[in-house]
Structures are given as C-alpha cells and as structure tokens.
Design a protein around this ligand. Structure first.
Ligand code: THU
Length: 295
C-alpha cells in the first residue's frame, strides 16, 4: 500500500493513478509489504532549478530529484529496526515515509519527444527512478548503476503489465480536458487512448478560427500514438463537461482503421458513464477497397 501526496505545480494531463501504479510496482519488486508514503511534486524548469539550488547547491535544471528520508541501503530500510529507521514511521498514517520526489514535467515532455515515446512512459520512468533512490539505490559506480537499472526495468515491466482499469482511463480523459483549445464552442473534450502494451496517450480538442479545421480530442490522442509508432489500440475514453461526448463520425472512421473492435467509454457531467465498442458505433466502417476485405 502506498500513500502519495501529490503537489501539481504545473498541469500534467495524466491522472494520479499513473504514479500509484508505478509505486506499487517498485514496492512489489522490493518485496515490501509495509504501508509506505512519499511526497511527489510536479514542477517546471524554474521550480526544479530552485529546489536543486536550495537543497543541493546546484543551480541547474534537471529532470528528476529525489530526497530519501533516510540515508540507508535498501536492505537496512525495512529489515533493520533501529532507532533511525523507526523515525520514518508516521504515527498518524502508520506508513513508512520514504521521502520526496520532484519531477520536471517540461523536461520530461522534451525527453519523451527525443526518445519518441509517450509522456506517460517518460513520467513513469522518471518516477520509478526516483522511487529506487528513495529505496536506497544509487548509480555512483558502474556496478550499482547496473543493479539499480535492473530493478527499474522489473518495476517498469510490472507497471505496464498491470491492467489500466476503466475508472483510471476515464479519469485520464477527464484530466486531458484541461488543455482543450475551445475559444469557439467552449466545449472541452479530453480523450485517453489505451494501447495493448499498456501505454496511455491523452488528447484534447483543438479548434481553429476556420472552424472546419478543428481536431477532436480522440483524433489528437490517436495521432499522437500513431506518430510515436503505436497502433494497437485497446480502448478509448472520452470526457466532456455537460453532454455525452459520443465520438463524431470522422473519429469513428479514423479509429476503425486501426482497431474496429476497440472499446469506447464516455463520461460527462457529475459521473455519467457509458461503455460500448467501436463496431457497435460504426458498423460497416470503411476498411479499404482490396477485394479480400470486402469479399
Ligand atoms: N469534439 C470532440 O473533441 N470529440 C467528440 O467526440 C465530439 C466533438 C469537439 C470538437 C469541437 O471542438 C467541439 O467538440 C464542438 O463540436
């Protein structure tokens, strides 16, 4: 069990569950069953630079910083119950306080572009890296670096294998609304696309003064995934404020190209949810003009 205190200083179109999932995976890799807690700050370039300067005397922008609550090795952390480790048990929550992680969302976004993978992947990686620092790992020498890297790899695999629940996908879509560019309709839509490898891509609607050039939230998410080499879609969640955001005909046809049977979840208002499949929304979608496709 992990308790996270998340301070979102900048907007990130991903839900808290991304970090819960990754944290649980790290604890499983470490065989830790005691309840733990940590504090996570999502900062920008200047935010992380300030923290780096204040606490590490390093006036530099970086991607992730971690401050373990105790300077002990992974083995000592939970298995040696000395006075020092006792101090990290929080009497209020009953959880072991691991420390602080700060992630620079802007730097993560640049790195995701450089590595050609989703921001979701980069954020998960940076968080897992910070987690293992809190758990007593380091990468000062080559051997330690390899050990830490192996642990990270195991946790990442576990995190991506854990099935994203419908509620998490819907929540990701709700978060994704924040960046919608809607000066004309004021109808903000968010989408979260789940790929079969566990990657999540989010999208929002982007309107244009010419109206006709508007891109829907679902297509934004789909195009992000395709442009990063991911075309195996499992489900899409779409969120709007007041009325049901059933995907428009254009989005149905675009998604049919890649995954005609994918699941489609929508949510709006307080907590209205409907679930269906793409082939129910678009029977006989166009799949091309090859003879073997149309018989
Ligand atoms: N819109 C979406 O983003 N997704 C949908 O499923 C339906 C409509 C957007 C397009 C436009 O910006 C606004 O909603 C109003 O049509």
């Amino acid at each position: 069990m992990i308790l996270l205190e998340i301070d979102r200083q900048v907007h990130l179109a991903l839900p808290d569950s991304v970090f819960y999932r990754a944290a649980e995976a790290c604890l499983r890799v470490m065989n830790i069953s005691s309840p733990c807690s940590l504090s996570l700050t999502l900062a920008d370039d200047s935010g992380i630079r300030h923290i780096n300067k204040t606490w590490r005397n390093t006036d530099k922008v970086t991607d992730v910083l971690s401050f373990p609550s105790l300077p002990v090795t992974p083995d000592a952390l939970f298995h040696e119950q000395d006075e020092k480790t006792q101090q990290a048990w929080d009497s209020e929550t009953g959880a072991f306080f691991l420390g602080d992680i700060i992630i620079n969302v802007h730097q993560a976004s640049k790195q995701a572009t450089d590595y050609q993978h989703a921001l979701f992947r980069e954020m998960t990686y940076l968080f897992v890296h910070g987690m293992f620092h809190l758990l007593g790992y380091d990468h000062i020498n080559k051997e330690d670096k390899t050990t830490m890297r192996n642990q990270e790899e195991k946790a990442l695999q576990m995190a991506f294998e854990t099935k994203v629940s419908d509620e998490e996908l819907l929540q990701a879509a709700r978060e994704a609304r924040a960046f919608a560019h809607t000066p004309y309709s004021h109808y903000k839509v968010g989408a979260a696309l789940l790929c079969t490898d566990g990657t999540l891509y989010t999208g929002c609607n982007v309107e244009n003064a010419s109206y006709g050039l508007t891109n829907c939230a679902e297509r934004t998410a789909v195009f992000k995934a395709i442009s990063e080499g991911n075309k195996t879609f499992e489900a899409v969640a779409i969120a709007a404020d007041q009325t049901a955001p059933w995907p428009c005909g254009a989005c149905r046809q675009v998604m049919t190209e890649f995954a005609p049977k994918m699941r489609v979840l929508i949510t709006w208002g307080e907590n209205n949810v409907e679930k269906t499949t793409l082939d129910a929304l678009l029977p006989h979608g166009f799949l091309g003009f090859e003879e073997d496709q149309h018989g």
